[in-house]
Design a protein around this ligand. Structure first.
Ligand SMILES: Cc1cc2nc3c(=O)[nH]c(=O)nc-3n(C[C@H](O)[C@H](O)[C@H](O)COP(=O)(O)OP(=O)(O)OC[C@H]3O[C@@H](n4cnc5c(N)ncnc54)[C@H](O)[C@@H]3O)c2cc1C
Length: 558
């Protein structure tokens, strides 16, 4: 058994920022991560991070308004205000720690335009911003002496007397199952992209933390709000950054028209993501697409700019689609990218389960609402990662460990043994995972309707039954990835169920949740969040009003 004050699950940007803050505030901190820290999905972030810097004539209130409008008024305005107010300092801190942001002509931090925002406020490092941020934070975390349990897998949270007081984890190398006691646990385990197939997300983005926190008693909120990014590659789902449109790329249909003129005459290709994805899907559905895609054209930006600011997508286009961006447009389509919903927290990261915090993509502080603005997620990870770390360190100062022992791991040990004992009659994880991903991508995508969502829910429940008999052929202890992927699938099925349930519950269209059978937004009845909690009788659905401070809901046009 191991003891720490603050235990963080996840070494992406949220986990690293939380670890640094808690470490600097005097706590004994540990991080558990199933992959090497810099292989976390944050590393793949391309386009940039938003902040309104006053010395550029920008104002956090403008950023907050764009974020709230982008959220289709589902974001809680108190939380959005905090994020936008603290953004500038967070970006400058990262610069001082050593992130080499791109510069403008005068040598100051440079910005690029991003979707749904009326001014350029996205700071970036070419098109690999996440990598630059994550590597620098990793160095800082090592410097303050945080212990990293690298390639350890979270199995469950330990809850005693209604309080989260540690975690059960498996060392992947040896298969050993251990208890880590903690006075506070911060879940920073990232998104669930792979519940959908395909997705822009790494294969490791399987919603483990959301599933585990949900099972432990925390509520998941806004799970119906799944972001489809406007520019992903057909088949593989690999992301082509919004930075391309930020730099001026066009979207074209089969007739060569810049079709966004019809849907968002003011913002064109830089309208909010939900708006652009819907527009593309409409073009495709009405026969103006090409093989289920529309085209993204960057040629007019010129070779120098493309090589300097979009170098990674130049390579991606060549390697994954055999397209030379310098000489031809690339076919793209809307694809699953981000989960706006997650574990409900307050603005200090505290969940409804005492002792448990959450930050980053697995959390829902409620800053993204129905649709996240591009480049607001990296910001969310840093601001609320730091706030969670600070609050947890402070909270644990006067707290002692609960009297738990190694026995706390027995449930997980027997669950895993049981999985390994299944006979060959069941499916292997891969088949169930693929069927789930495809059904979610068909019925819970850009356009939804009652019948499709109900079908998806019943299919997910059928897959859950098949999962009970899942077959794990590899019985070994060392690096049993077969077992790990099977454990992940268990969490993914729970996440999929909460997404379908919440989507069926919301009887209107808002943000990323667009129903062809209920196309209008209904502020009178649905200006509220949908929460799902796990109970002995199954998932329980609840509602919570949206926090409105300064910005009354308006008709949303771009
Ligand atoms: C391709 C791509 C590009 C993006 N570009 C941008 C962008 O330009 N700007 C922007 O704002 N946002 C962008 N996003 C979104 C943003 O990158 C993510 O939302 C954000 O990085 C998530 O950070 P995180 O710290 O919450 O999680 P992650 O970085 O995903 O980290 C999750 C961590 O949890 C650990 N973990 C998970 N489950 C377990 C388990 N069971 N046991 C142990 N450890 C576990 C993992 O090992 C990992 O360390 C992009 C996303 C993608 C996929």
């Amino acid at each position: 058994m191991f003891d720490h004050d603050v235990l963080i699950i996840g070494a992406g940007l949220a986990g690293m920022r939380a670890a640094l803050a808690a470490g600097e505030n005097g706590a004994d901190v540990a991080v558990v991560t199933k992959v090497h820290p810099v292989r976390s999905h944050s590393n793949a972030a391309q386009g940039g991070i938003n902040a309104a810097l006053t010395d550029r004539g920008d104002d956090w209130k403008e950023h907050a308004y764009d974020t709230i409008k982008g959220s289709d008024y589902l974001g809680d305005q108190d939380a959005v205000s905090i994020m936008c107010m603290e953004a500038g300092q967070e970006v400058i801190n990262m610069e001082h720690m050593g992130v080499i942001f791109n510069r403008d002509e005068e040598g100051r931090l440079g910005t690029r335009a991003f979707g749904g925002q009326r001014r350029e406020r996205t700071f970036f490092v070419s098109d690999f911003t996440g990598q630059a941020l994550l590597h620098v934070l990793y160095e800082q975390v090592l410097k303050v002496g945080v212990r990293i349990y690298e390639e350890w897998f979270l199995l469950s949270l330990i809850v005693e007397e209604g309080e989260c007081c540690g975690a059960v984890v498996m060392e992947i190398r040896s298969g050993e199952i251990r208890v880590i006691r903690a006075k506070a646990v911060i879940m920073a385990s990232g998104g669930l992209g792979r519940v959908f197939e395909p997705s822009t997300n790494a294969l490791i983005c399987t919603g483990d933390g959301m599933g585990i926190a949900y099972r432990a008693g925390a509520s998941l909120m806004d799970m119906e709000m799944v972001q489809y990014h406007p520019t992903t590659l057909k088949g593989s789902g690999v992301l082509i950054t919004e930075g391309a449109r930020g730099e001026g790329a066009y979207l074209l249909n089969a007739n060569g028209e810049r079709f966004m003129e019809r849907y968002a005459p003011n913002m064109m290709e830089l309208a909010s993501r939900d708006v652009v994805s819907r527009s593309e899907q409409t073009e495709i559905n009405e026969g103006r697409g090409i093989n289920g895609c529309v085209m993204l054209d960057v040629r007019h930006l010129g070779e120098r700019l493309i090589r300097e600011r979009l170098s990674q997508i130049l390579e991606i286009a060549r390697d994954f689609a055999n397209v030379d961006l310098l000489t031809e447009p690339i076919p793209i389509q809307p694809g699953m990218h981000y989960q706006m919903g997650g574990i409900k927290t307050d603005v200090n990261g505290q969940t409804q389960l005492p002792g448990l915090y959450a930050a980053g993509e697995c959390a829902n502080v409620s800053v993204h609402g129905g649709n996240r603005l591009g480049a607001n997620s990296l910001l969310d990870t840093l601001v609320f990662g730091r706030r969670s770390g600070e609050h947890a360190a402070e909270m644990t100062r006067t707290k002692s460990h609960k009297a738990i022992t190694d026995k706390a791991a027995e449930g997980d040990r027997s669950y895993i043994q049981d999985l390994l004992d299944h006979d060959e009659s069941g499916d292997m994880f891969g088949r169930i995972r693929m069927e789930m991903g495809q059904v979610m991508n068909r019925y819970l995508a850009v356009y939804r309707d009652q019948e499709g969502m109900e079908f998806a829910l019943s299919k997910v429940r059928e897959l859950r039954e098949r999962f009970r008999l899942v077959h794990v052929p590899d019985k070994g202890k060392t690096f049993n990835t077969n077992l790990m992927f099977t454990l992940e699938l268990g969490m993914m099925v729970d996440c999929a169920e909460t997404i379908a349930l919440s989507a069926i519950e919301r009887k209107e269209s808002r943000g990323a949740h667009t129903r062809t059978d209920m196309p209008d937004r209904d502020d009178e009845n649905w200006l509220k969040h949908i929460l799902v909690k796990s109970t002995v009788d199954g998932p329980q659905v609840d509602h919570l009003p949206v926090v409105i401070t300064d910005w009354e809901p308006q008709v949303r046009t771009y």
